[in-house]
Design a protein. Structure first.
Length: 145
């Protein structure tokens, strides 16, 4: 499972606030075009958010389920976007140098992506997740305190 990290000039609670706002998901997740619905208790374990993924006319309805939430330190999700597959996604937030070191780990766990060799998956996922972290940082820094 590849891991990307980015230091964000905001406290873990501010980063967590964006992750805990399911409606913001399409604003930082590469490939998500919009969010159709968010369970009111997101990000509690078992809660779901329903993004639409892909570019028109090839959009697909996805589902992301929270597996674990330990505010403001860790969020574990399973993202499903069939027929593309399913991925385990882990955000870690660590106070560091007056801000937050955000780590993002992701790996395909089912579907076509899981059939690719790990190093090949990591190349694509790592590039995508560097952009996810850059977008997440932009949302965190634009959000009112």
């Amino acid at each position: 499972m590849g891991t990307q990290q980015r230091w964000v000039a905001a406290q873990p609670g501010a980063v967590w606030a964006v992750l805990a706002d399911g409606w913001s998901y399409a604003g930082f997740v590469v490939g998500a075009t919009h969010v159709r619905a968010v369970d009111p208790h997101w990000p509690a374990p078992g809660a779901r958010l329903l993004p639409t993924v892909g570019a028109w006319p090839l959009q697909r309805e996805g589902e992301t389920r929270c597996e674990e939430a330990a505010a403001p330190r860790r969020l574990v999700m399973t993202a499903r976007g069939w027929p593309l597959g399913e991925a385990r996604v882990v955000f870690g937030l660590e106070p560091r140098g007056g801000g937050t070191l955000v780590s993002l780990s992701e790996d395909a766990v089912a579907g076509p992506g899981a059939l690719l060799p790990g190093p090949l998956r990591d190349v694509a996922i790592d590039a995508r997740n560097r952009e996810v972290l850059a977008r997440l940082e932009a949302l965190v820094l634009r959000r009112p305190a």
